[in-house]
Each structure stands twice: as C-alpha cells, then as structure tokens.
Design a protein around this ligand. Structure first.
Ligand code: FEO
Length: 419
C-alpha cells in the first residue's frame, strides 16, 4: 500500500489484512484493515498505530511522507491490540513524541508495555491539541467499545477519526465509500457495517445513542468519518450516522430466524412445519443450522431480525452444546426488543427447551410460551403443533414489530402485516 491523502495534510497510513478470517473468534470472511492516520503539520501527529504484524507497513507509509523521528504527537484513541500493538516500535523511532491518551487508556497501556520512558498527556472530552494549522478535539467514548476509547475531531477538516465506531471488517483496495460503491455495491458495504455493529457494538446501543446526541450538542460538523477499520465515509457521512441511530434504536427486519442444531434430525424436522407456519402468517423466515453456520453470521442474522426461535435437542438433560454456546455468546451481546421461543426433541427426561427459556428471561427478552417439545420423533400430530406454534409466533412478531418504526434493510416480506 501507500500513504493515501484523506484531507489536506492528513493521510491514511494503515495496512490491509486480506487474509485474516478469525478475529478473536469473530469470523471475518472479507478480511479487515487497520487504519491509522498521519497529520503532516507543523507538529507531525500520528493517530493510532496498527496490529503488530503490520507494523513495518505503517512505518513504510509514514516514511513515504516524513522521517518517523519527526513525529511529535501520538494520539492513542484505543488501546486494543489491533490498534496499539505497534506503539513500542513507533516510540523507538519517535522517542520524544508526546502520547495523548485517556486516563483509563494510560492505565491499561501500562499493562501491555513498559511505558516508563514515554511522555504522556492525559486528555478528556473537550481537551484540544493544536498541531499548527489543525485543531484536534478529543471526545471520550468509554465502553464504545473499551473503557479507554476516545475519538479525535479535526475542526478545520470536519473530520472525525472515530476508532472502531463506524468501522467494518472489510479488506478493500478502496479507501472511501464512494470508491467502494463504484467497485462493489452499497449493499455489501451496509452489510459489513451491520456485521461489525452486531458482533462488536450490540451491547452498547444506549451509549451509541448518547454519544450521537453529544455530537449534536457539541455542534460537530462532520464531513468525513475515518474509522480504524474498513472504508472511510466521505460521500455521505450522514448515512452512516443515520444507520447507527437506526441500529441503536433497535430497528430490525420483520423476520424470524430459526437457529437450531440436531442429533438425529428430529429437531431439524420440526423446523419445517414451524417455518411453514411462519410463512403462512406472511413473515419472512430464515433457518440456520448452528454447526453449519459461523457464529458471527448467526449472531448478525438474529440481531437483524425481530424474532428468534431456538431449536435444541435435549442431551443429558440440558441443551445441545452448540446451542448452549450460541446462547452464551448472544447473552453477552445483550440484544433487546427481540421476540424469542424454543422447541426441540427429547428422549426421556427433556429439559433443553426449559433451559432455553430460562436464558431468554435472564436476557430480558419477550417470549412466546410454551414452546414445542417432541418425544423421540415428530408425529403428524406434532407437525400440526409445530405449524400452529410457528404461525402464532409470527403473529406475535408482527405485533412487536409495530412498536418500531421501520426496518434495517428497508424491506420486509409482509409490509402489510406489519402495518
Ligand atoms: Fe479494532 Fe476494539 O479494536
């Protein structure tokens, strides 16, 4: 790669990771990028670094513009390894640089590096750095998505360097939304945004709303949003801001996702009449077998949809392991305003469906009860029960969907049903 100008005297100096497919357990089929930015002003200022494996790429990019020894400021917006693990190498090259970081960022950084020889300035929301012709304002964004997180706003360029927020795990030769859309499709980019939000930022929807309101209160004019992953938003930054508002407001598509696993196909069989019942109510439905679907894909599809049904056989009196793993993961992401229900087969004692409902309740999610349980193998009578359960569940999904104005994708299978 090479340094790429994003605004006068401001350059992307990051790296593209075309090969990564597992990002601490989150599947990244489209790779990612580690974006960091160099402000070549009277005081040369670097905003963030990159994952350590890509350190030499960013150093080469910086060298194509300036001698790294001339860097006077390093801003650390976020200390997670994919952005800060090259910091020691950068500081070797620019040992006198002043590091601007939040208090919690500094405390965390001390756990990763020997910081005793580095100079720090602890910053909080509203503090500024003047680099000569640019004024950078820091905005703390704690728990978006780590305690240390902050963003940096360059007033003269109306540029928000937003760390993980507004990012996407997407490797691309395009650096900007308008270039990406020319090469690929707007939909692909939207999906990448939603995928990132669902798997990383879902628990923090309320904080996202608060922070977006704070931007408005501060009167930030935003012409350019440069995240630490993926595409930079310059064509229409309002679009990504609105997408975040919609996602934080728990918009979802009118769809039921059936997430299941199966031992000897009985639970799998139950998905068919349940799916038919949902379809009969005019609601879109998607069926995902967990052992055939990457976890992050299942999480995203559940989060994009208004309702989820979980199918689990009982194994040793509890849920099937893959279903338990999925629900553990989902519970940590704290989805809200989604309808849930469960079904499954059992051989002697049962217990899995009950356990699934207990988890839904711990998550604070609305449920449709009772679920459907089948002994050993579904009979034609069981099929009818499954069909009716699916239909009833879909009708309640429509009721819940009415409480929310609009969908994520702008479409749904039965818009009339949702009116
Ligand atoms: Fe991209 Fe939270 O690191």
């Amino acid at each position: 790669m090479r340094a790429i100008p994003i605004s006068p005297a401001i350059y992307w100096v990051g790296a593209i990771d075309w090969a990564v497919r597992d990002f601490h357990g989150y599947i990244t089929p489209n790779g990612t990028s580690y974006n960091n930015y160099l402000i070549v002003d009277k005081q040369v200022t670097l905003v963030d670094t990159v994952k350590h494996d890509f350190c030499e790429y960013t150093i080469d990019n910086i060298r194509s513009l300036v001698d790294p020894a001339t860097i006077e400021n390093v801003i650390v917006n976020h200390i997670e390894n994919d952005h800060a693990s090259s910091l020691d190498r950068i500081m070797e090259l620019a040992p006198k640089a002043l590091i601007h970081i939040t208090d919690r960022g500094k405390k965390a950084l001390d756990r990763f590096f020997d910081t005793s020889r580095w100079r720090f300035r602890i910053v909080k929301t509203g503090d500024t750095l003047n680099t000569g012709t640019k004024t950078i304002t820091f905005i703390e964004t704690p728990m978006l998505h780590w305690p240390d997180s902050m963003m940096s706003y360059v007033k003269e360029d109306k540029l928000l360097i937003s760390q993980d927020a507004f990012g996407q795990h997407l490797a691309s030769s395009a650096r900007f939304d308008d270039e990406f859309c020319d090469q690929y499709s707007v939909t692909a980019l939207d999906h990448a945004v939603r995928d990132y939000y669902a798997n990383i930022l879902m628990p923090f929807g309320a904080l996202v709303k608060t922070k977006l309101a704070e931007f408005e209160k501060l009167g930030l004019q935003i012409a350019l949003i440069a995240p630490d992953h993926g595409i930079i938003w310059r064509k229409n930054p309002d679009k990504i801001l609105q997408m975040y508002r919609d996602m934080a407001n728990d918009k979802a598509d009118l769809r039921v996702v059936i997430v299941y696993d199966t031992m000897w196909h009985s639970t799998e069989h139950m998905t068919i009449p349940i799916m038919q019942g949902i379809q009969a109510a005019g609601v879109d439905v998607e069926v995902l077998k967990l052992r055939s679907t990457p976890m992050s894909v299942a999480i995203k599809r559940v989060w994009e949809s208004r309702a989820m049904l979980v199918g689990t056989p009982t194994l040793n009196n509890i849920m099937f392991p893959s279903v338990a793993e999925f629900l553990t993961h989902l519970r940590g992401l704290r989805p809200k305003n989604r309808l849930t229900g469960a079904f499954g087969s059992y051989g002697w004692g049962g217990g899995a469906v009950k356990e699934a409902y207990e988890i839904f309740k711990k998550m604070g999610l609305e449920t449709v009860e009772p679920g459907v349980e089948v002994l050993y193998r579904p009979s034609p009578e069981d099929d009818k029960k499954c069909y009716e359960f699916g239909k009833q569940f879909a009708e309640k999904t429509i009721v819940l969907q009415k409480k929310f104005d609009g969908t994520l994708s702008g479409t749904c299978r039965n818009p009339e049903g949702a009116k």
